[in-house]
Design a protein around this ligand. Sequence first.
Ligand code: NDP
Ligand code: 5RP
Length: 509
Amino acid sequence: MEPKLEAADIGVIGLGVMGKNLALNIVDNGFSVAAFDLDKAKVEAAEQQAATEVAGRETRLFGVESLSQILASVKAPRVFLLSVPAGRAVDSICDALIEAGAIAEDIVIDTGNSLWTDTVAREKHYQGKLTFFSSAVSGGEVGARFGPSLMPSGDKKAWQRIEPIWTAIAAKVDADTGLPLERHQPGEVIEQGEACTAYIGPAGSGHYVKMVHNGIEYADMQLICETFHFMQTGLGMSTVQIAEVFERWNKGVLNSYLIEISAEVLRQVDPQTDKPLVDIILDKAGQKGTGLWTAVSSLQLGCPASTIAEAVYARSMSTQKTLRQQLATSLTGPAIAAVSAEEQQATIDALEAALYCAKVTAYAQGFQMIAMQAKEQQWELDYAAIARIWRAGCIIRAGFLRTISDAFEADAGIENLLQAEGFASKLNELQGQWRQVVAQAVVKGIPVPCISSALAYFDSLRCEVLPANLLQGQRDFFGSHTFERTDAPKGEFYHITWSESPRKLVKMS
Ligand SMILES: NC(=O)C1=CN([C@@H]2O[C@H](COP(=O)(O)OP(=O)(O)OC[C@H]3O[C@@H](n4cnc5c(N)ncnc54)[C@H](OP(=O)(O)O)[C@@H]3O)[C@@H](O)[C@H]2O)C=CC1
Ligand SMILES: O=C(CO)[C@H](O)[C@H](O)COP(=O)(O)O
């Protein structure tokens, strides 16, 4: 590999699933790329693909053998895109770049799923040595190749420098319809439409937004899985019949990438056994941490995100396979009776309504978390823009993100999406079917942790008075923790002298 010094518009470091495809996407859009990976074979594969996949195209991707070579191969002011596993690899590359001669003006963009607090720390740590910038990416392999959703944050000058590349490679949506303008072929470019990227805010904010995106992704996926499980075990439907239901749902309010791919997965036959692939896939879910980080952050913020947290627990529960296998024989549940065709259809309709309502709660929880964190960190975020850049390219892209961006455009100050008229009226209308699904699941003994916790979230938000009054009484009883009164100003605290007789009310200072 002969480095072409001072030639490339950008250097890409890490040519795995995401890095290679982002590099090829950048090339499609007319920019030149110097590419590096620890694994030489990956560099050669990327070079080969860039050189051959579009007939007659001038090659704009060339590989380099070291970080020193990549530094020598990118036009100043230099920009480097990192696509490596979150954690130590990010720091080891930054440190090695500095040792190899990187300077403060060089921009290093971390596109991995890094923990947002690490990003905040890195921006500070590398100040004066290089410009550490971050841009979370969503869209998986195909998104990276043909148009991801990009969530950049950090130094504004760095953003001005990279914006043209980001705008070019991001997914696009039609400005009038809000629908994705998709491309599927190497070499294809979409210049019109709105790009699914927008400067999010100061360092860490983009990774926080991406983390919550993934939390919503966990919830969305688990909710779909619960409807699948209900149809399979409660309604006795085959995987192909359920795929047909998902295909129908994808044409309605549930229109989304995750519904679309769920239907495809259900239609897939295992090449080895000719059985539905889903029946062969072991029911133990993996996770890399972003959903868990979202759940932890919600607890730290005191922002209820129970639908998201239940989705993380559902993955953990799935991994307890041996325990479940043992208990499946000793813990009994109700027998599930066969249902009539009419009952089956009514239940499928109710499941569609329940899935829609529960999905809205996951987005409401996610957006409220982002707003609460923004307040704590003093980030000024544009929530409508965040919803807009999720309309295409990312894993949670869905028709209804337009309703979310419309809601924030109408009132940027809403605290929770359930305050938006469009969502409130829809959930009010559909809640009967949502309740029916949860009730039937309980009667039949089918676990629906996310759908049911979402309903509890909805019902809690509807409750003007929650039993936290009794709870405060309990706390005061055993620990003199005090309570506020409904008939006194907020911030005044009272205590009952529980162990005295007669008990007295004491106003605390
Ligand atoms: N896959 C996905 O759908 C998405 C992934 N992400 C995030 O993007 C990042 C990359 O993910 P993905 O592409 O899937 O991961 P991969 O494991 O496929 O790719 C990572 C690449 O980085 C290389 N690498 C690791 N350390 C170094 C280093 N020190 N110097 C140079 N190269 C290095 C690896 O090489 P080697 O294999 O030889 O170690 C590998 O080729 C992760 O943070 C991930 O969380 C974000 C959105 C979606
Ligand atoms: O960021 C992503 C999509 O938006 C990745 O696909 C994510 O890594 C998937 O997470 P997990 O492995 O925990 O399911």
